[in-house]
Design a protein around this ligand. Structure first.
Ligand code: SAM
Ligand code: SF4
Length: 338
């Protein structure tokens, strides 16, 4: 029988930051191999290491009981794992009770056409879809074998199902920088938001990321010469800064972990598919929640969350460019989730 849960204090780290946002990677596997994210030959976790959907749901319950208000499912590619709509429903039930504000998902969109309606049914209202290029050849090059039409179909299905779509585009020098303005115009016309992301040095890939690194302050200055950018007050506790592009009626977010550091307002932590809790995307410090889930109980899990809070670092220390070409941390973004 489950131990009765006492009312536990909200998660707060040693710098006084309230942790209200949890990202859960439901799988480290993916049906694509984006060049900046993964190498072509990746080794994935053995299935026995991966948390079951019930374990993920239990974990979500524990975080929600400690004040987490927003959960994002991610990966790897979350929608290639069977049962994710059901998991979304399990977690989404907390929205109805008012314990959770939002359940969202980051996806590459390849499975969205089939799954958009199920996600809406589970209580999901917004999705982030990664789309680095709308050109079929380029998209295939960046993802190594992806078909852009499938993703565009998925995005259209998401919109038709009533999901608000935010497009994530990693800005890649010499690869898609000339598509930033066309992407922005397309997003404006379709009613999607656009977020541009700087490539981060996470995990070894087959190429040198420095070659593709495009600082977004340069992109922003370039956009400001062509459009009226009105800064928006909205912050999500993450590294994104949002602007309205007045001429297009579009919103653009810039994620600039390298050119600017916004760690002081960080409100988030991340759990991997194997139940490791990482307190910062840019550090290796972690707490293993799987053992507590499998062999301990709610009290042990709660105690580990406090250990994690005490160990959350103040800031990441990513650097890319002349001083550093090596990854800042060994694990790929697909392990901790974007
Ligand atoms: N597969 C899903 C997708 O692509 O949206 C979810 C996981 S993916 C790791 C989440 C986000 O991280 C994507 O928008 C992806 O472009 C981004 N990403 C992956 N590796 C990155 C890196 N090294 N630097 C910056 N962004 C990265
Ligand atoms: Fe897969 Fe997403 Fe990484 Fe691309 S960015 S390889 S879609 S996990």
């Amino acid at each position: 029988m489950a131990e009765p849960r006492t009312i536990a204090p909200a998660l707060t780290d040693s710098f006084g930051r309230r942790i209200t946002y949890l990202r859960i990677s439901v799988t480290d596997r993916c049906d694509l191999r984006c060049r900046y994210c993964m190498s072509e030959a990746m080794t994935f976790l053995p299935r026995s290491e991966v948390l079951t959907l019930e374990e993920i749901s239990t974990l979500a319950d524990a975080f929600i009981a400690r004040g987490v208000r927003k959960i994002r499912l991610t990966g790897g590619e979350p929608l290639i794992r069977r049962g994710v709509p059901e998991l979304s429903k399990m977690i989404g039930r907390h929205i109805a009770t008012g314990a959770l504000d939002e359940l969202t998902l980051t996806t590459n969109g390849t499975q969205l056409a089939k799954q958009a309606a199920g996600l809406v049914d589970a209580g999901v209202r917004r999705v982030n879809v990664s789309l680095d290029s709308r050109d079929p050849e380029r998209f295939r090059h960046i993802t190594r074998w992806g078909e852009v039409d499938k993703v565009l179909e998925g995005i259209a299905a998401a919109k038709a199902a009533g999901l608000h779509v935010k497009i994530n585009m990693v800005a890649l020098k010499g690869l898609n920088e000339d598509e930033i303005v066309p992407m922005l115009r397309w997003c404006g016309a379709e009613g999607h938001d656009l977020t541009l992301i700087e490539t981060m040095p996470l995990g070894a890939v087959d190429e040198d990321r420095t070659d593709r690194y495009l600082p977004l302050d340069v992109v922003r200055d370039d956009l400001a010469r062509q459009f009226t950018l009105t800064p928006l007050a909205e912050r999500t506790g993450g590294p994104a800064r949002y602007h309205r592009v007045e001429e297009l009626g579009a919103r653009i977010g810039l994620i600039t972990p390298l050119t600017q550091n916004f760690c002081e307002g960080c409100n988030r932590v991340r759990v991997t598919a194997s139940g490791r809790l990482y307190m910062c995307l840019g550090h290796d410090d972690r707490v293993d929640l799987k053992r507590a889930l499998r062999e301990g109980g709610p009290a042990e899990l709660d105690a580990l969350l406090d250990v994690a809070m005490a160990g959350k670092p103040l800031r990441h220390n990513f650097r890319i460019g002349a001083e550093s070409t090596a990854p800042a941390v060994e694990r790929h973004m697909s392990v901790t989730g974007g």
